[in-house]
Design a protein around this ligand. Structure first.
Ligand code: 3HC
Ligand code: NAI
Length: 691
């Protein structure tokens, strides 16, 4: 008690998740404040934030009472006003708790949000009912279904927060209560604000498009609409929300998404690594300003790092700097970046063709052409130009980093930082720990990933590391399905129906068929040099397309024809009779009998290829843990998040059927195929999951 005001502080590090103990504590606090005849109460969080939501670790079981709606009901029924004093974040159940209080006061840097949709559920403690009453239905749909975070300034403007607290939060809250009598005020009693006709429908359409048919999105919209119409009555609507939440919480989507939530946090950790070794990074060099170099530079600039871009000649440098400037301008035009922020980023960027300019850099990353000799020479040059101890990184997609670094005085400085295109947008960053990569380089890479807001995954050296290696096996299977009789569009559709945004052949067209072509040629050469006879079956058609100049979208034709009408600003892929004829010819020449494939067997074969290669990756020790494979595929390759990732998915399948798919895969791939220890990996995975 502070005079007649009760202070309830939630202290459950690290993020004050609303565990059973927290819920009980608040309920008891309200009861004690009532006994003590409090005239008001302040509810606040200790440490770094208010409350980051319900404790997700409890979600696999029955939730013990009091549940959050009961706690909120106690706050609403308390005979005194309760002020939520917010700082850091108030997310999910944390924001719902605050919405159940009579007043909200916030630190200006606070961020509010309801991220439940991204966890396969809906807000389960009144979020769909209280938020629309404060900010309107359309905005509530955006916040709930789009997972948008609301800044302190916006929350104040929207009326979600009543007062901005400058200075110490508790003092501000006490002053707020002392200033004038603060009557009880239930959010649920407020009428929803009026809205421009049509905005609710438009928001709903956008949310449904983004929501890709997931059931929680449709449910959330239905409940927000119920809050706006008020037809069902408040308590029925709240009960409806809770019932939907409880059902979804134990459903397949939510389980997979919770698994990924914790897997993603684990992926950034390396057992036994001293993170204290991480070097401070303020200034970085990016060598090569092509597609990747420009994207990587933009990612660094967005994180406030100073960037020196190095190109091979003045013309290439001008092109690269021009490309970055144009991309920043486009972001301003689209409203994603403010003019001031654009100017700040531009001021952090310099370009050069002289390596002397690298003398002050803490880290350099190369993104030049994918060529071993070129990269080896470049790394030696970087070692000479950089200050002692600076980290040298490579963005190579496939090349052996041990070989690349072998000739350096200190190969321990070298690490792979494998970004994905576009590097400033894609969340994944594979950190490749080569045989001699030092702990300092690895710790620095992990810390840098966090600063860039990327999802790190640590990989070992292997052709394609974790992601590209598995993806290449999947693409190979797709191409063989085509050779054996499935139409390209049938292959793509089968995996799109599983939840991928695009099938593997459409993706090849997008990134250019020549990249994989060059890789196939290199691998064939390497195999020949090594005297290795058996290789998996050659998919043939992809090579023929390349030889015919069909390199994908950039040439207007690839697996598909792109000369037709646009869809979403891009030419839509159209099945091409020329490709069908080319496939038939290839099949005949190779003496292959055309087979029929139903959509399900196509889908199962594509997944089997991923699962098999994932098991090989695990067996080779390229990934630290099975869940890292899932994190990689979900964050960098479009594996549908609500399915958890290939190994999580596989662990939920009938084992016999899966093993039969793997047999069929081995048959189709031919003699050079390597069968991974899927059964053993999944048994181990299952044990860990259940443990
Ligand atoms: N439950 C349990 N643990 C949680 C948690 C939660 N809701 N949120 C975070 N944690 C844990 C993390 O697992 C991590 O633990 P670790 O150190 O052992 O790995 C630790 O807290 C720190 O988390 P981060 O590494 O993510 O820290 P960041 O600073 O990067 O991010 C954050 C902090 C923004 C709060 C982020 O953790 C986050 O987004 N948390 C989840 C928020 C959320 O989804 N809340 C909604 C939950 S569902 C709900 O509330 C239902 C309701 O409607 C009834
Ligand atoms: P790119 O061809 O678009 O760009 C390469 C750039 O490097 C060119 O601008 C070129 O002028 C420059 N360059 C070449 N030699 C140089 C030198 N000696 N000094 C300075 N600059 C030099 O290639 P892209 O696509 O950006 O790929 C770069 C690297 O990133 C490759 O290793 C590639 O495998 C890898 N990568 C590519 C991805 C992609 O989606 N394109 C994804 C992830 C990695």
């Amino acid at each position: 008690m502070h005079g007649r005001i009760a202070i309830l502080e939630i202290d459950n590090p690290p993020v004050n998740a609303g565990s059973h103990a927290v819920r009980t504590g608040i309920a008891e606090g309200i009861a004690r404040a009532t006994e003590n005849r409090a005239e008001g109460a302040v509810l606040l969080g200790a440490g770094r934030c208010f409350v980051a939501g319900a404790d997700l670790r409890e979600f696999g079981q029955k939730l013990a009472p009091p549940d959050l709606p009961q706690v909120i009901a106690l706050i609403e029924a308390a005979p005194f006003p309760v002020v939520a004093a917010l700082h850091g974040v108030a997310l999910g159940g944390g924001l719902e708790l605050a919405l159940g209080c009579d007043y909200r006061l916030a630190d200006p840097a606070v961020e509010l949000g309801l991220p439940e949709i991204s966890l396969g559920i809906i807000p389960g403690a009144g979020g769909t009912q209280r938020l629309p009453r404060l900010i309107g239905g359309a905005r509530a749909i955006e916040v709930i279904c789009g997972g948008a975070r609301i800044s302190g300034a916006e929350a104040l403007e929207l009326g979600l927060v009543d007062v901005r607290a400058d200075g110490p939060l508790l003092e501000a809250a006490l002053a707020f209560l002392a200033e004038t009598p603060r009557p009880k005020r239930r959010t649920l009693d407020l009428p929803p604000p009026g809205e421009v006709p049509g905005t609710l429908d438009a928001a709903e359409q956008r949310a449904l498009r983004r929501g890709k048919g997931r059931p929680n999105v449709t449910e959330a919209i239905r409940l927000i609409r119920a809050a706006i119409s008020g037809d069902a009555g408040t308590s029925a609507a709240l009960a409806d929300e809770r019932a939907v939440f409880q059902r979804l919480r134990v459903g397949a989507d939510a389980k997979a998404l919770r698994y990924l939530f914790f897997a993603e946090r684990r992926a950034g950790r390396v057992e036994g690594l001293d993170m204290g070794l991480a070097r401070r990074i303020d200034s970085v060099a990016v060598i090569g300003g092509g597609t990747m170099g420009q994207g990587i530079a933009r990612a660094f600039l967005a994180a406030g790092l100073s960037v020196t871009l190095v190109e091979q000649d003045a013309a290439a440098l001008e092109r690269a700097l021009g490309g970055i400037a144009a991309s920043l301008d486009a972001q301003v035009r689209k409203g994603r970046l403010g003019a001031d922020a654009r100017a700040e980023r531009a001021a952090l960027l310099t370009g050069t063709i002289e390596y002397d300019a690298l003398a002050g850099c803490d880290l350099a990353i190369e993104a030049v052409f994918e060529d071993m000799k070129l990269k080896q020479d470049l790394l030696a040059r970087l070692e000479a130009a950089l200050p002692a101890g600076a980290i040298i990184a490579t963005n190579t997609s496939y090349l052996d980093i041990d070989t690349m670094a072998a000739h350096l005085d200190d190969p321990g400085r070298v690490i792979g930082l494998h970004f994905f295109s576009p590097a400033d947008i894609m969340p994944l960053l594979e950190l490749v720990r080569a045989a001699r990569t030092s702990d300092t380089a690895l710790a620095t890479g992990l810390k840098l990933a966090r600063r860039l807001g990327k999802q790190p995954v640590v990989a070992g050296v292997a052709e394609g590391f974790i992601g590209n290696r598995i993806y290449a096996a999947y693409r190979h299977r797709a191409e063989l399905l085509v050779l054996d009789g499935a139409a390209p569009e049938a292959v793509d559709r089968a995996i799109e129906d599983f939840g991928f945004a695009m099938g593997p052949l459409a993706v090849s067209d997008l990134s250019g068929l020549d990249i994989a072509w060059a890789r196939r040629k290199r691998l064939a050469q390497e195999r020949e040099q090594a005297g290795q006879a058996a290789a998996p079956r050659d998919p043939l058609v992809a090579d023929l397309l390349c030889e015919a100049g069909r390199l994908g979208r950039k040439t207007g034709k690839g697996w598909y024809d792109y000369s037709g009408a646009e869809k979403g600003g891009r030419p839509a892929p159209r099945p091409d009779p020329d490709v069908a004829a080319l496939i038939d010819r290839a099949r005949e020449e190779a003496g292959i009998t055309k087979q029929e494939f139903d959509p399900r067997s196509i889908q199962r074969q594509l997944l089997a290829a991923m699962v098999n290669e994932a098991a090989c990756v695990m067996a080779d020790g390229i990934a630290q843990r099975a869940s890292d494979v899932d994190v990689t595929l979900a964050n960098g390759y479009g594996f549908p998040r609500w399915r958890g990732g290939p190994l999580y998915w596989a662990s939920g399948q009938d084992r016999g059927a899966l093993l039969a798919d793997l047999d069929a895969l081995a048959q189709a791939m031919g003699p050079g195929h390597r069968t991974g220890p899927v059964d053993a990996i999944l048994n181990d995975f299952q044990t860990r999951k259940e443990g």
